[in-house]
Design a binder for this molecule. Structure first.
Ligand code: UDP
Length: 327
C-alpha cells in the first residue's frame, strides 16, 4: 500500500522541520513546502535524500498545486518573532491570511484534514491569567505585533468558516513559547538571544526590568501535542505549551548559570506591546488529548545549549541583529 501523504508548510522552519521528522518517523510520505524567507534548508537537509520526503520551494500565499492525494495538511508557514514582523510585516499578514485560505482550499479539494498553527499571541497582552481557550484576548491591531496577531486571529476565523461552511476537518493549535534545536540564532527571541550572547561573551540584553513572564515548552513536547491534536476529533482551539512560568530576569539568570558566562544581565528598553505575562492553561489538552509536557526546562535548555554551542563559528558570529524591536 502506498504511504499516506502529508503536506507541511513552513517545513524548513523551526517547528515545521521537527514536524517533518515526526511524520517521517511515523511512516508518512512528507511533502515539505517553504519559501525560505525565514526558513533554512539546513533544518531539513538530512531529509532530502529520503524517498519519503519531497521539498517544494513555494510561497503558500500564492496558489498551491500539489498533485495526488493528501491525508493531512499542517499549516506552519509564518514568520514568528517580533524582529521578523518588523522586517517583513506584509508577508507576515499574507501568509496567515492568503496562505491559510490557499491551504484550506487545498484541504477542501483533497478532502484532507488540516491543522493550522495559531498562537498565544491571539490573547495579546492578556488580562486573564493563565490563558484559557475561551479568553478572547487583548490585542492592539495597529501595534508592532498587530500584523502577526491579527493575521493569526483571521486564520482561526477562516478555519472555522471552512469547518462550518464546507465541513472541512479542521484543527487549531494555539502554540505558546517553544524552544529547542533549530531555532534561528538571530531571530530576536529571548532564548537564542541570551544563549548567543553568552556564547559570544556579550552581556545578556534583558528588555525592561525583566519582571514580564513567559512559559517555555520544549519542542518535542509541542510536537507530541500537535500530533495528538491532529489525530483527535476536536475542532476548537487547544492551547499547547508548558505552564512552568518564569520571569525573564530569572530566565536570564538560568542561562548565565547554564552557560557559565561571566557576563551579566543588562536592561534595554521594553518593546512596545510586549505582553506582561503569559502562561497556558492546559486543562483542555490534558482532558481531550491526554497530553502534558514531559521535558523540564533544565533538560530542554541543556540540549538546546549544546545545539547552539556546536553551530559553525562563522554562524554564531556572523548572525548579528540588524533590527531592534520598536519601543
Ligand atoms: N526579551 C528580552 N531580551 C531579548 C529578547 C527578548 O528580554 O533579547 C524579552 C521580551 O521583551 C519578552 C520575552 O523576552 O518579554 C520573550 O520574548 P520573545 O521575543 O522570545 O517572545 P514573545 O514576546 O513573542 O513571547
Amino acid at each position: 500500500m502506498s504511504k499516506e501523504r502529508v503536506l507541511i508548510t513552513g517545513a524548513a522552519g523551526f517547528l515545521g522541520s521537527h514536524l517533518c521528522d515526526r511524520f517521517i518517523k511515523e511512516g508518512y510520505h512528507v511533502i515539505g513546502m517553504d519559501n525560505l524567507i525565514t526558513g533554512d534548508m539546513r533544518n531539513i537537509e538530512h531529509l532530502m535524500p529520503l524517498p519519503n520526503f519531497e521539498f517544494y520551494h513555494h510561497d503558500v500565499s500564492k496558489y498551491i498545486h500539489i498533485p495526488g492525494e493528501l491525508k493531512y495538511i499542517l499549516h506552519f508557514a509564518s514568520p514568528a518573532s517580533p524582529i521578523d514582523y518588523l522586517k517583513i510585516p506584509i508577508q507576515t499578514l499574507k501568509v496567515s491570511s492568503l496562505g491559510t485560505h490557499n491551504a484550506l482550499g487545498l484541504a477542501l479539494a483533497k478532502k484532507a484534514r488540516i491543522l493550522v498553527a495559531s498562537t498565544s499571541e491571539v490573547y495579546g497582552d492578556p488580562l486573564v491569567h493563565p490563558q484559557t481557550e475561551d479568553y478572547w484576548g487583548n490585542v492592539n491591531p495597529v501595534g508592532p505585533r498587530g500584523c502577526y496577531d491579527e493575521a493569526k486571529r483571521f486564520m482561526e476565523a477562516m478555519t472555522m468558516a471552512y469547518h462550518d461552511a464546507h465541513n472541512v476537518e479542521t484543527r487549531i493549535v494555539r502554540i505558546f513559547n517553544t524552544y529547542g534545536p533549530r531555532m534561528r540564532l538571530n531571530d530576536g527571541r529571548v532564548l537564542p538571544a541570551f544563549i548567543g550572547q553568552a556564547i559570544r561573551g556579550e552581556d545578556l540584553t534583558m528588555f525592561g526590568d525583566g519582571s514580564q513572564t513567559r512559559a517555555f515548552c520544549y519542542v518535542d513536547d509541542l510536537v507530541e501535542g500537535i500530533y495528538r491534536l491532529l489525530k483527535s476529533d476536536y475542532h476548537l482551539p487547544v492551547n499547547i505549551g508548558n505552564p512552568a512560568e518564569i520571569t525573564i530576569k530569572e530566565f536570564g539568570e538560568e542561562i548565565i548559570k547554564l552557560t557559565g558566562t561571566t557576563q551579566k544581565l543588562v536592561s534595554k528598553p521594553l518593546p512596545k506591546d510586549d505582553p506582561k505575562q503569559r502562561k497556558p492553561d492546559i486543562t483542555k489538552a490534558k482532558a481531550i488529548l491526554g497530553w502534558e509536557p514531559k521535558v523540564t526546562r533544565a533538560e530542554g535548555l541543556k540540549i538546546t545549549y549544546e545545539y547552539f554551542k556546536n553551530l559553525p563559528k562563522e554562524l554564531i558570529y556572523s548572525e548579528h541583529r540588524e533590527f531592534q524591536p520598536k519601543v
